[in-house]
Structures are given as C-alpha cells and as structure tokens.
Ligand binder design. Sequence first.
Ligand SMILES: NC(=O)c1ccc[n+]([C@@H]2O[C@H](COP(=O)([O-])OP(=O)(O)OC[C@H]3O[C@@H](n4cnc5c(N)ncnc54)[C@H](O)[C@@H]3O)[C@@H](O)[C@H]2O)c1
Length: 341
Amino acid sequence: MTMFNLAVIGCGYWGPNLIRNFNSLSDCEVTTVCDACNDRQSHMKKLYPHLKTVADAEEIFNDNTIDAVAIATPVKFHYELAMKSLHAGKHTFIEKPMASSVAECRELLVLAREQGLTLMVGHTFIYSPPVRKIKELVDSGDLGGIQYVSSRRLNLGLYQKDINVCWDLAPHDISIILYVLNDKPVSVNCQGKAHMSEGVEDVCNMTINFANGGFCTIQSSWLDPNKIREMTFVGEKRMLVYNDLEPIEKIKIYDKRVEKPPHYDTFAEFHYSYHYGDMYSPYLKQFEPLKEECQHFIDCIKSKSESKSSGTEGLKVVQILAAASESLKQKGAAVSIGDLG
Ligand SMILES: NC(=O)c1ccc[n+]([C@@H]2O[C@H](COP(=O)([O-])OP(=O)(O)OC[C@H]3O[C@@H](n4cnc5c(N)ncnc54)[C@H](O)[C@@H]3O)[C@@H](O)[C@H]2O)c1
C-alpha cells in the first residue's frame, strides 16, 4: 500500500483536528506540522512526540519526502501558502473558505491543473451523514421540488479579525446548498452590520437567488445569545429540518404541506388545504465527517479523480461570498454572481 506523507500548516483551533484525522488513516502519515507560534508547536509535540515541528512553512515546501500539505491558517494566508505548496509539487488541501478573492481561487486552480496536482477545499459538511441523507432525499424526489431553504448559523463569537461573519460561517451553508440543490445561483443580496469591530460585519442576512426563481436565506451571526445550527428545506411534498446540534436525531422530516384547494367559500374550508402528517427521523450512520473528508483527499490523489469539494467547488463558494460582500457595500442590492465555477 502506498503511504502518503502529509504536513499540516496552522495548528490553532482547527489544525489539530486535521492532524488527528489524517494520522488515523491507514495510508497517510502526518510527518511535519508548522505553526508560526512556538506555543502551538510545543503543544503539538506534546500530543504527537514523533512529529517534526517547524515555524516556517518553507521547510515543508523544500522537503522532498512530503507528498501533500493541508493548510489551516487564517484565510488571508491561504492563497500565498497554497501557491507555494503547489509550486513545490505538493497535493494541497485548503480549509474553507478557499481564499480571499475569486482571482486568487482562479490562480490556484490554474496552477493545480498545470502541475497535475489534487487541490481540495475543506467543505466538511458535505462529508457528514445528515447532509448526505438530505441530498439522497432531495435527489430521490422524496421532499418534492424544493420551494426554499432557510439556514441559521448563530452563536456568541468566535470573532475573527481578517474576515466578516459571512466568510467565516456561511461557507458551510453555501457548500451544503450547492451540494444538495441542483439549481443555478444567479445573484446575492446581503445586509449586515459591524457592531464590535469596524468594517467586520458580525451579523449578516444573505439571500441567494436561483435562475428558477427560488431562493435560500442564510443568517450568520457572532452576536446571538444562542448557538443555532439549523437548516430548513421546504419541499412541495414534505419539509425537512436539519439541526446539527441534536446528538442523534439531526434530521426530522415533516409530512406537512399546503395544497391549494380547487375553491373555497369560507375561511374554515381554507384550512383543509393544510396537510398535517407524521414526523419521522431517519436513521443516520454515525461517522466523523472530517475523517471521511481526509480519506477522500488521499483517495483523490491516488485515483487522480476530482474531489467532491474540489478547487472548483471552493471557487463557487468564494464567488457567492464575494457577491455578498459587494451587496453589503451596496446596502443589500442584488449583485450578480456571473458564471459559477
Ligand atoms: N472545516 C471546518 O469545519 C472548520 C472549522 C473551523 C475552522 N476552519 C478553518 O480553518 C482555518 C483556521 O481556522 P482556526 O479557527 O483554526 O484559526 P486559528 O487562528 O485558531 O489558528 C490558525 C493558526 O495558524 C497559525 N498561522 C498563521 N499564519 C501562519 C503561517 N503563515 N504559517 C504557519 N502558521 C501560521 C497561527 O499561529 C494559528 O495557530 C480557517 O480557514 C477556518 O475557516 C474550518
């Protein structure tokens, strides 16, 4: 079996999860980790004594024994580090969002193609059991045509300095929506406000409009008393609520819909057009999405196949985020996304 040597750059909050999961794979070994902060390096060394720890990513790029690199730094460093990684001939995994601009994403895609390397983005949720189930239900027509999606990702903090709350939290919602729905997004409206740190919106409401006239709303907040991770998919036949904070029953399917009666004479008769049925929660196989995602990266390198969260998918998410930022500047006006991908 081919073993892949991998390095992780950035060992703050999220990087250690990548180290743990890549290390748990039978065909991958994390050999080196990099963090600009000495304390984080020492902490990683304590957890994994066999690891080489470095402060400068150049040491990773110059190391011919390393096949692949995973980048989990703040977003403003993604582009520069990923360009260097690809130039050095390493397969490259970048955490979400892929980069700070559409132009940066496009450059990374071109370089990865020229170099014949795998470029993948950490859209973790599309590897999760509930999101896979939602896609299965939507694709099979179980919910009927999707009328709209509403998503809420709210909590108090963690405040980021280099990106607003949309760029921090909405990549999850956007990547799920693009994965589950087969509709073409055409424009974005976004309103928001920076309450704590000038120029960095901490509360945003985004609407993604689709070519078929449908829409999705995404509410993102670092300034909410409750932690909420909830998406509602309203279909013509059934409605689905996905609550990621539920330990077991993360998905609930409601056999509810509104049917237009052929005619009605009284308000009482109008009520008959509401259909109230059962609610059920489908069985979901339990596995760690991040482990699935890490294995998928290694499998794509081996098979030279396109990842489910390829650089192109990363670009699409950034195109929507960039349109949202432009809409924020225009006080919520609709901003065209252009051709996606
Ligand atoms: N997929 C997910 O569910 C998920 C969840 C959380 C965070 N993330 C993503 O992971 C990335 C990191 O987020 P975080 O919350 O861990 O950030 P963080 O600030 O906690 O950690 C970043 C680490 O990178 C280090 N660093 C910064 N620049 C560096 C450089 N040039 N070279 C080496 N080290 C450097 C910092 O010292 C810090 O330890 C972000 O892109 C974020 O969006 C993804």
